[in-house]
Design a protein around this ligand. Sequence first.
Ligand code: PLP
Length: 347
Amino acid sequence: MAEARPPLRLDLDDTALVANWRALDQCSGAARAGAAVKADAYGLGAARVVPLLAGAGCRDFFVAHWAEAAELAGIAPPGSLAVLHGPLNDADCATARATGARPVINSLAQAARWLAGGGGSCDLMVDTGMNRLGLPMAELGDPLVAQLEVEVLHSHLASADQDVAQNTVQLARWIEARAMLPKPRAALANSAGIALGGAYHGDLTRPGLALYGGVPRAELAGAVAQVARPMAALLQTRMLQAGDPVGYNATFVAPAAMPVGVVALGYADGFLRAWSGGKGVLRHGGRALPVLGRVSMDLTIVDLSTAPELAEGDWLELDYHLPEAALASGLSQYELLTLLGRRFARG
Ligand SMILES: *Cc1c(COP(=O)(O)O)cnc(C)c1O
């Protein structure tokens, strides 16, 4: 049987990925940059991303789920994995022991569970005002916390992509928390937080989005290059005549004769209907091929007026320069990456 060659593939620029990590590590000053590789490295494929970053010197990897830690256990350097959701039950504690991944303890209940299972090296997340995960500041003095072997004290910024007072409020609380637990390494900054300056860096930073080409703050625009290049194959081409409708509900009607192409890409692949009606553009050799009509589940129709020679089997590139794609689609840069579906072949 011939090897399957799906009509969707997600090309990764490995060089750009490694350069992005190095740039973020540099921007982190005296702190070391880690890497958030949760959600399969934001959809790009953690099994490929982790070894590349480890090779560049990254020694701290963050996932959200225990299943993600289990998948990466044989891939990430020993002792480099931490699980942000923490242990929700005894099975999670067992996974921690089996994989060597550290739990990030988020509550006294999690602390008790981890200690009851034998304890050992862990991280601790303190909530400094996002009111998402993390131990409330008031509970930091609890005797259970004193029993933990905390390797990294974390907090997380809610609004690092904006210049708002919440950042300095969270920074002050994180400094207070560090004073209460002086031994562990301390981490506060995500990608955007790195750009807020040295006060936010601590010993370790946790960039995710910017590693993968996202630009959460203008200061990072020059430092970060596009990594993900989703590609989709043309399945069919046809010539429309003036008045011919295109796709579901005929939301586009050809104003004149024009060549169009049908692409093996749809909302089931994460190419949402948000791209319908010309909001989305595919490219071939720099030429723009706007989306015509509605995106359907498995198919998208594009205007081939600028590239009439294209034929079945030719590859088109999605316009996935993240800051611009986010503006065009109304989706966040995070969503654009994590939406890309399982039908994309990942190298
Ligand atoms: C996802 C996540 C990060 C990475 O954030 P980016 O904005 O993608 O850089 C860092 N820290 C925590 C706790 C996270 O959940």
